[in-house]
Design a protein around this ligand. Structure first.
Ligand SMILES: [Zn+2]
Length: 447
């Protein structure tokens, strides 16, 4: 049985993930990626980019600004509807997201509906609630030379937000892309980047944090082809998650979001759920958004968002299919899958069985003994050679060989290479496999 707290503990102990601002007592909902977490995160992002952008002819990458003209968030509806139901306990003043502390209610819960659930305050245990208030989750900030005591109009005119999603940076560049790249339809625009949400109660480690990294594609299609294009993109998500990232297919289930829970403009939405140690949670979303986003931009900007079909000469506003995934959610899915406790020759160990393409290090090189200069010198030579070829190679000469193996197992190093006295004689080394712990002897030039 895998437990989230064991994974959190491994992440901290081995330098994958630390609490944000830990030295100052931490900051809720923020996390810092250490040396190993950074390598794994980059690998996940690179695999996604490689699969969806670089290996395809029809998807283009962009990197848009985090700060955007506030009209963006008016047009998209975020300033009025991007909110959670906030409820305050009148006894102890604690604030909660109503739909997270009561069963059977949705995000659009009313005060009356909430009171009927007779929920007790999770902090003080009393039942004395204020009204449900809408809490907007966007982080606001002010742009330019403004002062705290500037008047209301000045404040309003200089307020913008840290983007709550990368998608709007894509929609707002759609016109730039069609005017410069002239893509054939269907085509996609992809972006990876930070997004910010002021969660009322961040929880579940990196699953619900206030700052996350999104990977999104907006795929522009002819309206009448939406069903077949949706199906193609749905299958691509499975192929990526199961064959590139190597998640177990049985841990992934599709939840077909029913009409009354979908955004009003979406004709179909599927949540890809993952079986995390703490239970099933959303891993990614796939939504058919119709022409909602481009029509909103047309209304707010007064500019036409029509696409001109090169073959037929028809003008139309494309419809959009959006696959969206958070890197942190993928990160935790990968770690949950890889985390294993097993027993080798009666000795318990923790091992991260990461696939070869995601292991932070492909090899760890070490001399059998640290105090024998001839072994250290030979080992350094092998280390340099492997690093040139594989890049992700680490060096370890600490402690005894057993301790090194345990450490490398915990960080998921795929294979350990050990240089001993035989190496000096016949140029062979011991290779020890992480998952089987089997050791074999191979020639250096065959590595
Ligand atoms: Zn209370």
């Amino acid at each position: 049985m895998k437990r989230l707290e064991d994974i959190v503990s491994l992440c901290k102990r081995r330098g994958f993930i630390f609490q944000g601002s830990e030295v100052y007592g931490g900051m809720a909902g923020t996390w810092d990626y250490g040396p190993l977490g950074d390598i794994l995160k980059r690998k996940l992002m690179n695999e996604w980019w490689n699969y969806f952008v670089e290996k395809r002819d029809d998807i283009y990458g962009i990197d848009s600004a985090i700060l955007m003209n506030p009209k963006t968030w008016e047009a998209s509806g975020h300033t009025t509807t991007f909110s959670d139901p906030l409820v305050e306990c009148k006894e102890c003043k604690s604030r909660f997201r109503a739909d997270k502390i009561a069963d059977g209610i949705s995000e659009s819960v009313t005060t009356e509906e909430f009171l009927k659930t007779h929920t007790k305050c999770p902090v003080c245990g009393k039942e004395n609630w204020g009204p449900i208030r809408k809490f907007n989750m966007m982080f606001s900030t002010r742009v330019g030379a403004v002062l705290p005591d500037d008047d209301a109009e000045m404040t309003k005119n200089t307020t913008t937000y840290l983007r709550p999603e990368t998608a709007q940076g894509i929609f707002s560049n759609y016109k730039n892309i069609i005017d410069t790249i002239y893509p054939d339809i269907p085509f996609g625009i992809a972006q990876q980047g930070k997004a910010f949400r002021n969660e009322i109660s961040p929880r579940d480690f990196i699953l619900r944090d206030r700052e996350c990294t999104q990977m999104e594609i907006e795929y522009f299609i002819k309206p009448e082809t939406w069903e077949e294009e949706f199906e193609k993109i749905r299958l691509l998500q499975h192929d990526f998650l199961e064959n590139i990232i190597k998640l177990n297919p049985e841990d992934i289930t599709e939840y077909e979001v029913p009409e009354n829970d979908r955004a009003h403009y979406s004709k179909r939405t599927i949540d890809f759920m993952f079986n995390y140690p703490n239970g099933e949670e959303e891993l990614m979303g796939l939504a058919y958004r119709t022409d909602f986003d481009l029509r909103n931009i047309e209304k707010a900007s007064g500019k036409s968002m029509e696409y001109r079909d090169k073959k037929t000469g028809d003008n139309f506003v494309p419809h959009i299919i959006e696959p969206s995934i958070g890197v942190e959610r993928l990160f935790l899915a990968v770690l949950s899958t890889a985390y294993t406790e097993d027993e080798i020759n009666g000795e318990k160990r923790i091992v991260l069985k990461l696939p070869e393409n995601l292991a932070p290090y492909r090899f760890c090189v070490s001399p059998l003994l640290k105090n024998k200069p001839e072994l250290v010198e030979k080992a350094k030579e092998v280390y340099e050679k492997l690093r040139e070829k594989y890049v992700n190679v680490t060096w370890d000469d600490s402690g005894n060989i057993g301790k090194r193996y345990r450490k490398q197992d915990e960080i998921g190093t795929f294979e350990c290479v050990v240089i001993d006295f035989d190496t000096l004689e016949d140029n062979t080394v011991t290779i020890r496999n992480r998952d089987t712990t089997k050791q074999t002897r191979v020639k250096i030039e065959e590595l």
